[in-house]
Design a protein. Structure first.
Length: 560
């Protein structure tokens, strides 16, 4: 399980791969593979990096988007944030074609057999913004295909008090050795599988290259909004010429089938634009697939982005309908709020927050709560506080606002988890697989000092879900609420168990999840019936009781 320590940043910018008219940049691996950050895998600008060295193997799979026998024209890094004050030095970069799929160079610094492709100044960016840094080679490097060995050495001239942070990822398929020294002496290197994302520049020869860069569509969308959803996509012209009449299509299959096509009149080389599709229906609860694509071109690896979506009863979330939230994200020993941004298309009432608790073993014993923020970062509502137990690890927990909060239509809000400072580092927010599109997560202080800051590092989907007042009834059937004496308690359940009391005659009891799927059905002539949902995922369920006269009552319960 990865433990990702977050910082609270002020201003950010895009870190996606870029194409220009003359050159294009390939990130190895793709920015969507980023799952961490580090101040030690690249020159960080502090005295601790007076001399910094690193040697890594970039596997062939990461270099696959670059055509064999292509000239490399630049090398660079993706930074999550820079230094607080000016930090400068000299960096020397070496490259070597390799047939090895793993790192084999050991911990002894050596550039034997490698080609020096750049040696010159490196001014580390100042400020909390994300940044891309590229070093243009005086002469191109012939890439022959397969893997690539990378080495770089940095010597500081001026230093800063706090380090720059690099966007990184970890994978058993890669490896390297890195080290730093606070003096001018050569550092001792140690092996690692944690590596920065690298940027390689190549000449842009494409005359027909259209890229679906990102798609904005929630992973869960509630029918309680009673409003079609708006899907948008960012489209980039990766060609070296202006392109006209670009066709972009949206296809939704599953619960609410829908198609729509839009056309971009003109898009300059290297430029991007946002395409807004016609509103898509969301009347039927269930699973569906959302795909945005362009016509075939010279590089079909980036023509389509596909996401799985669930149309739910009353849950909105950026994260997908399923998956395990084991990786831990948090502020370590610090404090802060991790949130997801959203805006409801209609006036709505939020009742609770569902939060995935990671499997970080340092989290039990600590308290968590859900929060609702405004655009200034101020907490406008907070849920009950719970103490995390070992049994909660790897599960969703539902936390209810003391008073349901009325939200204004088309107004930006943030909802998420508040983490208090602690002597022992803990990482409570569960995350899963890295999204194929930019993330939607933010960090802020517990006490509002600035607007929530966009989290540029793509650390995966976080388990943060907003639950709204339900208007979808009992999965399409009328709810009889007047004279019924039926009661369900405890609610929320205790260890997945609850009791239905006040029954008369023979009744059919059905339990549905928020997708409208039946998870339990039984018939009983008893006045009191116990039901067990301990084998079901945590979250909201609808319990429908139908008597012999076909009268029904539906109650929403929380399984926790």
């Amino acid at each position: 399980m990865k433990k990702i320590t977050l910082a609270i940043f002020a201003v950010v910018a895009s870190i996606s791969a870029g194409f220009g008219q003359a050159n294009m940049i390939h990130t190895a691996p793709a920015t969507t593979s980023a799952n961490g950050t580090s101040g030690n895998r690249g020159p960080n600008g502090t005295t601790g990096h007076t001399v910094m060295r690193a040697m890594y193997n970039v596997p062939a799979a990461e270099m696959a988007p670059i055509t064999t026998n292509t000239s490399l024209t630049s090398f660079g890094f993706v930074l999550t944030s820079g230094v607080p004050t000016a930090a400068t030095g000299t960096i020397t970069v070496y490259l070597q074609n390799s047939s090895s799929s793993t790192y084999t160079a050991g911990t002894t610094w050596s550039t034997a057999g490698m080609t020096q492709v750049y040696s010159g100044p490196y001014t580390i960016p100042v400020g909390a913004s994300a940044a891309n840094i590229d070093f243009t080679f005086p002469s191109s490097f012939p890439y022959t295909g397969g893997a690539l060995n990378v080495a770089y050495e940095y010597t500081a001239a001026t230093t800063a008090a706090n380090p720059a942070i690099y966007t990184c990822y970890t994978s058993a398929a890669t490896g390297g050795a890195t080290g730093a020294s606070a003096t001018i002496t050569a550092p001792t290197l140690g092996t690692t599988t944690f590596r920065p994302l690298y940027r390689f520049g190549t000449p842009n020869t494409y005359t027909n290259e259209i890229i679906v860069q990102s798609v904005k569509a929630p992973g869960k969308y509630p029918t309680t909004f009673a409003t079609p959803q708006a899907v948008t996509a960012v489209i980039m012209n990766g060609s070296n010429i202006t392109k006209t009449n670009i066709a972009v299509g949206l296809s939704i299959t599953g619960a609410n089938p829908f198609t729509n096509a839009q056309f971009i009149g003109s898009l300059a080389a290297g430029a991007t634009t946002t395409v807004t599709f016609a509103s898509a229906p969301t009347t039927v609860m269930g699973i569906q697939t959302v795909s945005v694509g362009t016509l075939p071109d010279e590089n079909n690896l980036n023509n389509t982005i596909t996401q799985t979506q669930s149309v739910t009863c009353d849950v909105w979330a950026y994260n997908p309908p399923s998956g395990s939230y084991t990786a831990g994200v948090g502020f370590g020993t610090g404090s802060g709020i991790i949130s997801s941004q959203f805006a409801t298309p209609v006036a709505s009432t939020i009742t609770s927050v569902r939060l995935a608790v990671s499997t970080d073993t340092a989290t039990p014993g600590n308290s968590i709560s859900g929060v609702l923020l405004n655009t200034a970062g101020a907490i406008i509502a907070q849920t009950n506080t719970i103490v995390v137990t070992p049994g909660m690890l790897g599960t969703f927990q539902t936390l209810n606002f003391t008073t349901p909060q009325a939200l204004t239509a088309s107004t930006i809000y943030y909802t998420g988890l508040a983490q208090a400072a602690n002597a022992t580092a803990w990482y409570p927010v569960g995350s899963q697989a890295t999204p194929v599109t930019p993330t939607n997560y933010y960090t802020s202080a517990l006490t509002a000092t600035a607007a929530p800051a966009f989290l540029t590092s793509n650390l995966g989907y976080f388990g943060i879900e907003a639950v709204f007042t339900s208007t979808c009834g009992s999965v399409g059937l009328a709810e009889l609420v007047a004279a019924s004496k039926v009661a369900v308690y405890p609610n929320p359940t205790v260890n997945g168990k609850t009791t239905i009391a006040g029954l008369e005659g023979t009744n059919t009891i059905s339990v549905y999840n928020m997708l409208g799927q039946s998870v339990l059905t039984l018939t009983s002539d008893r006045e009191v019936v116990s039901i067990d949902l301990s084998s079901q995922p945590l979250g909201n369920y609808l319990v429908r009781v139908t008597d012999s006269n076909k009268a029904t009552k539906t109650v929403k319960i929380i399984n926790q």
